[in-house]
Design a protein around this ligand. Sequence first.
Ligand SMILES: [Zn+2]
Length: 167
Amino acid sequence: MPEYPAAVPARLRYRLCRHCGRALVNFADAEGVVRTRCPACGWIHYPANVVGIGAVIVTPAGVVSLHPPGGGAALPGGVVEIGERPEDAVVRACRQETGLEVEVVRELGRWFWPDHPHGPMLSFGFEVRPVGGTLRDGLEGRAEVRPCGAFPAIAPARKGSAIRTPP
Ligand SMILES: [Zn+2]
């Protein structure tokens, strides 16, 4: 079984080639980095970080908070789909989770979450503002607007909503 760097989660440690089924092996690339590849078809496995986004939807009355079942609050957010820009992913997530059409005001920063359940996640935070739609509940729970100074505690299962800028 090939060896992987410690940061690679167990579910991304392949033993067999995803294309032809042969057993994968380690090799050292031209710079001495140990990688995993298929000796039959040549496929090289480059495990990647997951890319995520989070949104602070600022309205004249305050910030949109989501209230998932189980208590606590969250910000709209999720995973950036393959081929999608973070700026587009945040607009999509806000539509899906709140019913609001938004536009990006500014990027708030990025952070790295090495132990995210989906794998190491690089996430981008955005301030956005509504430009259409109607606030409604969504897949992530009840949606409401809270005054900026009264944002509820973040739900333990949504700790990625604790957007912070890097030091
Ligand atoms: Zn192969």
